[in-house]
Design a protein around this ligand. Structure first.
Ligand SMILES: [Zn+2]
Length: 128
């Protein structure tokens, strides 16, 4: 993933809207939540308190799945109204969203084009 992925570009926009949006927090959900910073460490809201209703992230395990499948399993703070806005931003960046609209369910954001490019690249290496 040399160039900026759709997901990282969407996360940048989310940070501009005051979200804590991180591609890779530690390990699993419980480790990620326990390591959540109290203040933004980057982006335009640096130094300000993190709103736990505007948190969206992958942890180490979901990041590994994302690198393999380009299907980002996004955890979040559970505020449905905020999450609908986050979904808009993700969709604006060309990601396919699978989500049941519930605050207690993770959001899947799939980068189909990146995955298909990856498949094409691997078949051109092995085939001829
Ligand atoms: Zn863990």
């Amino acid at each position: 993933m040399a160039k900026k992925s759709r997901l990282s570009l969407a996360f940048k926009v989310l940070r501009e809207e005051g979200w804590l949006a991180e591609m890779r927090l530690p390990c699993c959900q419980s480790c990620a939540w326990s390591s959540m910073p109290f203040e933004h460490e980057r982006g335009p809201f640096k130094g300000q308190e993190v709103d736990l209703q505007k948190v969206i992230f992958m942890h180490g395990q979901s990041y590994a799945w994302y690198v393999r499948d380009y299907d980002a399993n996004l955890h979040h703070g559970g505020n449905v109204k905020n999450l609908k806005r986050a979904v808009e931003i993700l969709e604006d960046h060309g990601l396919e969203i699978f989500w049941n609209g519930r605050g207690d369910s993770s959001i899947s954001a799939y980068d189909r084009e990146a995955y298909e490019l990856k498949l094409a690249a691997s078949s051109s290496v092995t085939g001829n």
